[in-house]
Design a protein around this ligand. Structure first.
Ligand code: SAM
Length: 217
């Protein structure tokens, strides 16, 4: 099976619609990530087939939660996940990615230039400093993170950047429900509620994932 078929098959299995041209760009992005990864450490995943599932498809499980033209903030984005795959699949989005490590942001800027991607703003800063860095313009419809920090930590850092009516989405693994239970006191003290919990399985590895969606109470 080719890599193109592998990606297309997994997206179909999850009911995710992505234009063939966007799928090609997603694979180009992954190629560039793995190429750079030989020189600078961006990801622990080095196998291209695993990268398709664990980086591209996993990031794209966010798509059903996204509206066209939304402003999305990805905290602790690393090599650009999940923000860049979402932007490649839905080019109308405006995506700001944030990471504390300069070389990761450098890579993301390189990829945006290489693929001619509009709508991406990679920021080198700590999530704690974002309200000061972005000021009043720094409000987003959707604030997301994957493999970033504890659930309560992410919500506390993301909340000041949330627009009125916006949502926070934590991408978690199989233990998402337990993390939610554990963080309930922090969630309540931030004035948030979990409005949706989506559980799914990645098609190839059957790895379990949990998407936790939060809104202001
Ligand atoms: N989200 C990416 C993914 O799923 O592949 C990267 C996950 S990686 C485990 C966590 C990332 O968060 C790292 O790139 C790290 O530099 C970044 N990070 C950790 N603490 C941070 C902070 N306070 N502000 C911004 N980025 C941070």
């Amino acid at each position: 099976m080719t890599r193109t078929e592998l990606l297309a098959g997994q997206l179909t299995a999850l009911g995710l619609e992505v234009e063939p041209q966007a799928q090609e760009r997603l694979l180009q992005f992954l190629d560039e990530l793995l190429r750079w990864n030989r020189r600078i450490n961006l990801t622990a995943i080095t196998d291209p087939e695993e990268g398709i599932e664990k980086h591209l498809v996993d990031s794209l499980t966010l798509l059903p939660l996204l509206q066209e033209r939304e402003r999305l903030l990805d905290l602790g984005s690393g090599g650009g996940f999940p923000g860049i795959p979402c932007l490649l699949a839905r080019p109308g989005l405006q995506v700001t990615t944030v990471d504390a490590v300069q070389k990761k942001i450098h890579f993301q800027r390189h990829v945006a230039r290489l693929l001619g991607t509009r709508g991406l703003q990679p920021l080198h800063c700590r999530a704690e400093d974002l309200p000061r860095v972005l000021g009043e313009d720094g409000r987003f419809d959707l604030v997301v993170s994957r493999a970033f920090t504890s659930l309560g930590g992410f919500l506390a850092l993301g909340l000041p950047c949330l627009a009125q009516g916006g949502r926070l989405v934590a991408m978690k693994g199989a233990e998402g429900r337990q993390e939610l239970d554990h963080a309930q006191p922090e969630i309540a003290s931030l004035g948030l509620v979990c409005s949706e919990l989506r559980e799914l399985e990645l098609p190839l590895s059957r790895a379990r994932r949990t998407l936790l969606v939060f809104e202001r109470a």
